[in-house]
Design a binder for this molecule. Structure first.
Ligand code: GLY
Ligand code: MN
Ligand code: MN
Length: 430
């Protein structure tokens, strides 16, 4: 791992919070991700499943966590199974978690080799009535492949048909949505690395540069700061490409007079950051670009103020829609008749701003959270309004990541990333 060690107090607390919500006489199982194959013996880089990471800090393939809070054997209340390693294996496979290191990372005292899983698990299953499975219930999930978790669930149901089953997802959705101060610090580090990448790019961009060269500048700055790389596939969209919301080709030249919409975030210690900035290729906004830019910025700033405990995500979006409508009227993009005759299911502003304003952010870029429950302190949301103008050859999105606080004052993790027109022009021309 490139990232610095994380205080295991985080994982100890996360497990304790999870176990406090389990039914009597139950255990919960969490599997790591597979290493995905690309063909022959080639593989994609390993990405740990966020849930086992959240509960153990174990950032390694072939790992299983079992939580069994009222196990009669106290040593089996928290058990981590990891792939066997020794000095000989280390020479061939590289460094893997030893039992001592696994305890140091996770705070779990009982570490077994994975080859002993079936036997140990059988013993634990004879002592409980219910098994928690970790199915994916994220509101955006659309995974078609069979995961390691899915295979485990199938096998477990076949071997232990007389047990009852329960779902980990609702517990994790709520727990992971409220960030611990250690997590806020990790998210801040991810945002700070993104800031460094953006500042590097402000110095680099000039007419004729290719979108992929900008992507490379970000990656260089991210990796040299111990980032794991991009938190998601970056969007470097110059000119009209900005109006393709999920543009990820990043293979076009940036022309004098155009804007570049960049939706880019560094990942640090598996924690995401999610930033959007829009800058002029030649270092100066035109008056029209500036007017639209400042309209988006005002919506972002006003929307941020609504990210307070108690706000309902759905109502918040209605309010942001009103702010955006007013800005679009000011820009002459909508007129009163458009608004009076609008379809309430697809209001007029959606012609220019067709995506949501905010999503939970954390270990996943689109993180866990229950959208119909009121916002609460410790939630982290993006704020990302945009105006997209294909007829004018540009689109603007501005996106920050914000922590909801008890005090009611939202805390912007991206407060140091330049966003004002003057600041961006000054930095690009210095
Ligand atoms: N970068 C993904 C998003 O903004 O939701
Ligand atoms: Mn984004
Ligand atoms: Mn986002």
């Amino acid at each position: 791992m490139k990232y610095n060690p994380i205080n295991p107090a985080l994982f100890i607390k996360n497990r304790s919070n999870f176990m406090a919500q389990m039914k009597p006489s139950s255990l919960a199982v969490f599997n790591s991700n597979d290493i995905f194959k690309t063909g022959a013996d080639s593989t994609m880089p390993f990405k740990q499943h966020r849930d086992i990471f959240y509960l153990s800090g174990a950032d390694q393939e072939d790992t299983i966590l079992v939580l069994f809070p009222d196990c009669p054997d106290p040593a089996h209340r928290e058990v981590l199974f990891v792939t066997e390693t020794n000095e000989h294996i280390a020479i061939w496979e590289g460094e893997k978690l030893t039992k001592e290191k696994a305890t140091e990372v996770s705070g779990i005292q009982t570490i077994y080799w994975l080859k002993d899983f079936d036997k140990k698990f059988f013993e634990m299953m004879t002592q409980c009535d219910t098994v928690y499975f970790n199915t994916n219930e994220h509101y955006r999930q659309a995974v078609e492949m069979e995961t390691r978790e899915d295979r485990f669930i199938k096998k477990c149901k076949a071997q232990y048909p007389a047990h009852s089953y329960a779902k980990s997802a609702p517990i994790l959705q709520r727990l992971r949505a409220v960030k611990d101060p250690i997590e806020i610090d990790l998210l801040q580090q991810a945002c700070d690395i993104t800031n460094a990448g953006f500042r590097r790019v402000l110095n680099f961009v000039k007419p004729g540069v290719q979108e992929y060269e900008i992507e490379a500048e970000y990656l260089h700055e991210f990796i040299r700061r111990r980032s794991d790389g991009f938190a998601y596939t970056p969007i470097i969209a110059s000119g009209g490409n900005a109006n393709v919301l999920h543009y990820i080709e990043n293979n076009q030249p940036c022309h004098d007079g155009d804007l570049i919409l960049m939706d880019v975030g560094a990942q640090y210690a598996n924690y995401a950051s999610d930033m959007s900035r829009t800058i002029p290729v030649n270092g100066r906004f035109t008056d029209r670009q500036k007017a639209v830019y400042n309209a988006v910025l005002r919506v972002k700033n006003e929307a941020t103020k609504m990210l307070v405990p108690g706000t309902l995500w759905k109502e918040y979006h209605v309010e942001v829609g009103k702010l955006m409508t007013s800005e679009l009227l000011g820009l002459g993009l909508l007129d009163q008749a458009d608004v009076q005759h609008e379809n309430p299911d697809w209001p007029a502003y959606k012609k220019y701003f067709m995506h949501g304003t905010s999503h939970h952010m954390g270990l996943d870029t689109h993180d866990y959270g229950i959208l119909w429950e009121p916002m609460q302190a410790g939630n982290v949301f993006t704020v990302e309004p945009g105006i997209y103008l294909p007829d004018e050859g540009f689109g603007i999105r501005l996106e920050d990541d914000v922590v909801i606080q008890e005090s009611g004052e939202p805390f912007n993790l991206m407060r140091d990333i330049p966003i004002e027109v003057d600041e961006i022009e000054t930095l690009m021309n210095s």
